[in-house]
Design a protein around this ligand. Sequence first.
Ligand SMILES: Cc1cc2nc3c(=O)[nH]c(=O)nc-3n(C[C@H](O)[C@H](O)[C@H](O)COP(=O)(O)O)c2cc1C
Length: 147
Amino acid sequence: MKTLIICGSTHHGNTRKLCDAIAAAEPDVDLLEVGRGPIPWEGYGRVGFASGVAFGKLYPAITEAAQSIPAGKEVFFLYTCGKNSRDFSEQLADAVKARGCTVLGSYGCKGFDTYGPFKLIGGINKGHPDQAERDGAVAFYRGLKND
Ligand SMILES: Cc1cc2nc3c(=O)[nH]c(=O)nc-3n(C[C@H](O)[C@H](O)[C@H](O)COP(=O)(O)O)c2cc1C
């Protein structure tokens, strides 16, 4: 089954690093930067939504894309955030389930964050996602491949 990962990674390209690691390891994965034209839903049975977190949610452009997914897809989520305190994909997972898709799971980790006051101290989570976290994303993806 072919996989499309739709990625929004505007803050520092943190989430894109997870996507690139998966795409480099798995030839059946294509990447699309969200907002770069229409989403080719038809060619893919499995869709990943990958995003940074802003104000407790995945980015609006990713949310909008997920809310237009056709029924019948398998879906997973990838995210990076300043503080990995909970699963930030939960809300969107409910939305895609309501559209008739199956949610396979989510993978989240810390990402370099210079928002607001963190900028004054040079940011937090410098160097994240690191190699172990990128490897973790690949392992997460491989764990989904049991169809
Ligand atoms: C405007 C803004 C709001 C943010 N809000 C949150 C937040 O609510 N919770 C959190 O854990 N991180 C928050 N962050 C940190 C980002 O989620 C984190 O840096 C993430 O790795 C950025 O991903 P990206 O580089 O792929 O865009 C925020 C960052 C920005 C710029």
